[in-house]
Design a protein around this ligand. Structure first.
Ligand code: NAG
Ligand code: NAG
Ligand code: NAG
Ligand code: NAG
Ligand code: NAG
Ligand code: NAG
Ligand code: NAG
Length: 410
């Protein structure tokens, strides 16, 4: 009682003027480039940012500030720069963002640039149920063309991909007893882009179906294929069997055939990528997008829960390339989950996060954001210098020209 009276006394003499407001919060920094000062640390009251839903993903520019125009220029910019020095360096003198193709609302994933053909392969998942072809962007054409592509035999629902020794490696995320005239299970496959022939590498864990095989990366020194196995294929009706294994990330040694769990602590392991030296592996946790695995709920789809994890983790990779340790969170995406993840040649981390792509330094500091008007699942570098980034997701494929060079796939 005495304390309360004391507090009331103190408050009565206090001014409510705001202190420390970041001024200006944002400012033009080039054509369609907006710089955010000091990470907008102190916003004027009253401000509010809505929590995302699957259908309405919130962006930084969606923050509303009462009676103020401070963030009015933000949503229409293609690029938001948070670290002026390094962010503008990544963009270079003439950055551009171009919306290239309107595509279906289905997930578009697993982009693989085949430099020898100058073509970009990517996938389109269901719906429609049982959709079998992949898509190819032919970059030899001006303007580039988009067409369907069917391998022999067809590969159902690749959700991750890379190129290794001249072949595409798909993480095929679908399982069905009668797809394209036969059975397919969640698996790693190779695809030779010269012959169009696909071959299974591994389709089971000691007889159990993998859950989803979502994304994968080849370790630059050992050549092992590291892949994530979350549970989305059941949620999204891409497989006809409920999960038989926990969410986990694996390392696959194609020469011995042995498969090793490298992490089973991440809720929904998703994007995975190595730094150029192969000494760090990054894995995203998209647990904020989830659903019940219990078969009684059928294929429930998935929903976004703002209080669940949406984090990029870094692990050290042991010298011999066999294990990942020293797990630490380095970045928590703000509006949505970090889905596809890749590392640039200079070590910067790039992650698809809802309505755009975030670029981080290796410590997880946000340098800039590419803004899109559709949810981005993944992206890949293309072109002779690997300075063009193609992005794809629900409803769109777009491209960015900038100075951030991708790692060459080998
Ligand atoms: C935030 O949510 C409110 C209430 O649902 C809605 O009226 C408003 O338009 C939303 N703001 C944005 C930027 O989406
Ligand atoms: C916002 O503007 C309206 C109309 O001018 C005014 O009545 C209100 O007090 C203002 N609110 C704030 C928080 O400044
Ligand atoms: C592979 O598929 C592409 C696209 O459908 C086609 O143009 C090409 O001729 C095929 N190659 C072979 C060797 O069949
Ligand atoms: C299996 O594939 C068939 C089409 O071949 C499709 O009608 C059915 O919905 C699929 N089932 C699942 C669970 O994916
Ligand atoms: C992969 O397996 C081969 C054959 O057993 C072995 O020689 C090689 O050391 C293994 N690679 C790693 C990274 O353990
Ligand atoms: C979101 O997750 C929190 C923490 O686990 C839980 O309490 C809450 O019920 C979840 N919300 C929804 C809408 O599922
Ligand atoms: C995104 O922008 C492009 C080009 O500006 C437009 O064609 C497309 O319809 C837009 N998509 C959505 C979902 O608004």
């Amino acid at each position: 009682m005495i304390q309360l009276q004391f507090l009331g006394f103190v408050l009565a003499g206090v001014s409510h003027a705001q202190t420390g407001v970041t001024t200006p919060v944002s400012q033009a920094c080039g054509s369609s480039v907006v710089c955010i000062n000091h990470y907008a640390n102190v916003l004027p009251y009253h401000f509010k940012r809505n929590v995302s839903t699957m259908d309405d993903v919130s962006t930084f520019g969606d923050i509303s500030v009462t009676n103020s125009t401070v963030l009015n220029d933000v949503n229409s910019a293609d690029f938001l720069v948070f670290d002026k020095e390094r962010g503008l360096e990544v963009l270079g003198a003439n950055p551009s963002y171009t919306f290239m193709f309107a595509v279906s609302e289905a997930v578009h994933e697993a982009p693989v640039y085949v430099a020898s053909q100058n073509k970009l392969y990517l996938s389109q998942l269901a719906p429609p149920a049982g959709y079998l072809p992949q898509l190819v962007v032919d970059l030899n054409k001006d303007p580039p063309t988009l067409s369907e592509y069917l391998s022999d035999p067809p590969v159902y629902a690749p959700n991750g991909g890379t190129l290794h020794n001249g072949k595409i490696i798909w993480g095929a995320s679908g399982g069905n007893r009668s797809i394209g005239g036969g059975e397919q299970r969640v698996s790693l496959r190779t695809l030779d882009p010269e012959t169009n022939k696909s071959v299974n590498l591994i389709n089971n864990y000691f007889g159990y179906y993998f859950n989803t095989i979502d994304d994968l990366a080849v370790h630059p020194k050992t050549g092992d294929i590291w892949f994530t196995d979350p549970q989305y294929s059941w949620f999204n009706a891409l497989t006809d069997t409920p999960p038989q294994l926990p969410s986990a990330s694996y390392r696959y040694n194609a020469s011995s055939g042995a498969v090793f769990v490298v992490d089973d602590s991440i809720g929904q392991p998703n994007g995975i990528a190595f730094n150029p030296a192969g000494s760090t592996v990054y894995i995203t946790d998209t647990a904020a997008v989830s659903a019940p695995v219990d078969p009684q709920y059928g294929h429930p789809g998935s929903t976004f829960n703002a209080t669940q994890r949406r984090t990029v983790y870094a692990f050290d990779v042991s010298q011999d390339g066999t294990s990942a340790y020293n797990k630490r969170p380095i970045y928590m995406a703000s509006g949505f989950v970090p889905d596809g993840l890749k590392v640039a040649a200079n070590g910067y981390i790039v992650a698809g996060v809802g309505q755009g792509v975030d670029v981080l330094d290796p410590s997880g500091q946000l340098l800039l954001t590419i803004q899109t008007n559709y949810t981005v699942q993944n992206f890949a570098w293309t072109g002779p210098e690997l300075k063009t980034l193609w992005l794809m997701g629900n409803g769109g494929i777009s491209k960015v020209e900038w100075e951030l060079v991708g790692q060459e796939l080998r």
